[in-house]
Ligand binder design. Structure first.
Ligand code: CA
Length: 407
């Protein structure tokens, strides 16, 4: 199972922190540690030859320890998170991907009982449809995490799993790059998840989640099936609550029959009737009583198990609806300063660059540099310097640029 802190997209904002001096004594500690790992690796099914070949010349990357310990310096509001993950660009890219891989998606849907839009939505959120895989060598990151820092036992299991993937010749070592914590490929599976759940779907005998889209799509479907996905259920619905409804019983796990929610006056926002009957559903209020509300089924729990965050599961669920042709959320988030799409984030970065700030490449990823530049620009414009890339900041930068343009 992957978890929230390992995804490439989720951790991209932290990568700017990754530059730490490498203490000399760590090199000795690392060689000693590697020698001690050989025995347990062999017990886990790695051959001596594999271990020796692929640990020779390894040096630790202490930056991953900083990333392991890094506390997010900025709490992302759910409306920023959703605006960046479910934007028009990702819907367009996803629909193009679904058309391109329609035959494989249909075949995966038939075999695993997970519909094409759901599979594609996971693909889009995990790796932007195979475009963002992460660039850190797994053997380096995972051997470092096996020898230093918190959770060494967990990362040793992942390190040995990586060696087994190489040993079985499914994926070449140089292709095994990913997030700092070892999530890799188009599905961003951890190596142990790969060993349990990856499938060969293009029939070449290798389970290749890096270069084979069919293998990646079918492996995602297999993951969701094993997590309890039920092909006869929707993930849930955006719903409207009756005025004055008591929401004390809200919560994904607090499930009650759909019919009981309907009896309380809960309706779908699109005017369709709630499916009646006994289907258990929980009331999800990601931003509290005054934001969008959702009734979610056990299929939402299957999405949740992919990355252990409700905001993550909601991004996939909502993206899958958009890929099926559905519209944006009907209810507004409780803010007067909504989030930015990736196109708008790139525009904000270009406007900062035009003002002379260094934000690196305008890539639509709002990291430390972009936030610091934005804070400085906000000060310059007489605005509260919170460094948050939202609609108000974008509008202020647009107005400032327009004021400077003659004519
Ligand atoms: Ca294959």
């Amino acid at each position: 199972m992957t978890s929230r802190f390992v995804s490439v997209l989720a951790s991209a904002a932290l990568s700017a922190l990754a530059a730490t001096a490498f203490p000399v004594h760590a090199a000795d500690a690392f060689s000693t540690c590697l020698a001690q790992l050989r025995g347990p690796a062999l017990k886990a099914g790695v051959t001596g030859a594999t271990f020796d070949t692929h640990t020779a010349g390894l040096t630790p990357d202490m930056a991953v320890i900083d990333l392991l310990d890094a506390q997010p310096e900025f709490k992302t509001p759910i409306w920023d998170y959703m605006a960046g993950l479910v934007d028009d660009e990702r819907v367009t890219d996803g629909q193009a991907g679904m058309a391109r891989w329609q035959a494989e998606l249909d075949r995966a849907a038939a075999r695993y009982g997970v519909d094409p839009a759901t599979i594609a939505a996971v693909w889009g959120v995990e790796s932007n449809f195979g475009r963002t895989l992460g660039g850190r060598p797994l053997l380096t990151s995972l051997s470092t995490l096996s020898c230093f820092g918190r959770r060494q036992a967990y990362f040793r299991g992942e390190f040995f799993a990586t060696l087994k993937i190489i040993q079985d010749e499914h994926i070449a070592p140089q292709k095994l790059v990913g997030s700092w914590a070892g999530a890799f490929g188009q599905t961003q599976f951890m190596p142990s998840t790969y060993l349990r759940l990856a499938v060969d779907f293009d029939g070449d005998g290798r389970r290749d989640l890096v270069d084979s889209v069919p293998d990646a799509l079918a492996s995602t479907a297999n993951f969701l099936k094993r997590a309890g996905w039920n092909s006869s259920l929707d993930w849930g619905y955006e719903v409207r609550l009756p005025a004055g409804m008591d929401t004390a019983g809200a919560g994904r796990k607090n499930k009650r029959a759909m019919s009981s929610w309907a009896k309380q006056g809960v309706t779908r926002v699109d005017g369709q009737p709630l499916p009646g009957g006994d289907t258990p559903a929980g009331l999800l209020l990601p931003a509290g009583r005054n934001g969008p509300a959702f009734l979610v089924t056990r299929n939402f729990d299957a999405l949740y198990s992919y990355n252990a965050a409700e905001s993550y599961a909601l991004a996939i669920a909502h993206l899958s609806d958009r890929l099926r042709g559905g519209g944006p959320l009907v209810q507004a988030w409780p803010t007067d300063d909504p989030g930015l799409s990736r196109a708008e984030r790139r525009e904000l970065q270009r406007l900062l660059i035009a003002k002379g700030y260094d934000v690196g490449e305008p890539d639509g990823m709002v990291g430390t540099r972009t936030r610091q530049a934005l804070q400085a620009a906000q000060r310059e414009l007489g605005l509260p310097p919170d460094g948050r890339a939202g609609q108000k900041a974008l509008k202020a930068l647009r107005a400032s640029a327009a004021a400077k343009t003659p004519g």
